[in-house]
Design a protein around this ligand. Structure first.
Ligand code: PLP
Length: 283
């Protein structure tokens, strides 16, 4: 089916949508993005994604392409036009098209692109079996808090995982886990949920914020601090969070089985709570 997509003010069939070859997103990865999940045809945590987008834009001195209300309307129109009941809306803003130059152009207008992808998310076989991860060095730049489209190293990490027969990779810096290639990383030890504290070293996950809030509301104990890869391998449970995988249990890190080697009770409970509460609050 040909999707309807959004490019700079227009709703078009995907086959007719174009962006300039001079676009700085294409030439210099000078762009930021967001992925918002759709469940039951509604948006999960739209507000959180819109606020993080504004922060990414402002950290890079990029113009806001439109207001938050206009963004919400575009998201909703695309979900409706493409009949998406479950899946995601991808949004990308770049600094726009200009003659190639390292310095930011003074007068370029931002490029705004959105499209939808249908995907079954809530019913996930991987969530029942758990996933395996390998550890790789984190050699990304130092502003991982900005959600830029520079995704080559995470892609390489996923390929390294695939080559090793694993599902994903956790990145390690100075002995401590920063995050997964496209998710935030957690371990559970003696009933305490441990996840790296927020800083420029990791992306401030929107799912992370919600999951930590739900964990605290359920009287679970949470510690936000760095943890080593050795600590992770000796943990009782491990899991990752992201907009499209929600809470995904991790049952193996490198060659070490985590806990019993099966999905743990805290990860599975948090997944249930997250999906239930997100459905209730969806827009
Ligand atoms: N960390 C990285 C590096 C990511 O790419 C992502 C999502 O793409 C996340 C964490 C999770 O963020 P969110 O929960 O907002 O999807």
């Amino acid at each position: 089916m040909t999707r309807t997509v959004y490019v700079n003010g227009e709703y078009l069939p995907e086959t007719e949508a174009t962006v300039s070859i001079f676009d700085r997103g294409f030439l210099m990865a000078d762009g930021v993005y967001e992925v918002t999940t759709v469940l039951d045809g509604k948006l999960i945590d739209f507000d959180g994604h819109a606020k993080r987008l504004s922060r990414s834009l402002s950290e890079l001195e990029m113009k806001e392409p439109c207001t938050q209300d206009e963004l919400l309307e575009i998201h909703r129109k695309l979900v409706e036009a493409n009949n998406v009941t479950e899946g995601l809306v991808y949004l990308q803003v770049t600094r726009g098209a200009a003659d190639r130059d390292f310095a930011y152009p003074a007068d370029a207008e931002p490029t705004l692109v959105l499209f939808t992808q249908e995907k079954s998310l809530a019913e996930s076989p991987a969530a029942k079996s758990g996933i395996s991860v390998i550890s790789i060095p984190d050699i990304r730049w130092g502003r991982r808090d900005i959600k830029t489209v520079q995704l080559l190293y995470p892609s390489m990490g996923k390929m390294a995982a695939k080559a090793a027969g694993a599902d994903d990779a956790w990145m390690v810096e100075d002995g401590s886990v920063t995050e997964g290639t496209s998710n935030n990383a957690y371990i559970v030890k003696d009933g305490v949920i441990i996840t790296r504290n927020l800083s420029n070293d990791i992306l401030h996950g929107i799912t992370r914020a919600a999951v930590l809030r739900f964990a605290q509301e359920a009287q679970m104990q949470v510690e936000e601090r760095p943890f080593t890869i050795e600590e992770a391998k000796a943990a009782d449970e491990a899991f990752v969070t992201s907009a499209t995988t929600f809470v995904m249990p991790v049952v193996k890190i490198d060659d070490a089985a985590i806990g019993t080697g099966e999905v743990g009770p805290i990860a599975s409970r948090l997944r249930e709570i997250y999906i239930e509460e997100s459905r209730k609050a969806a827009l």
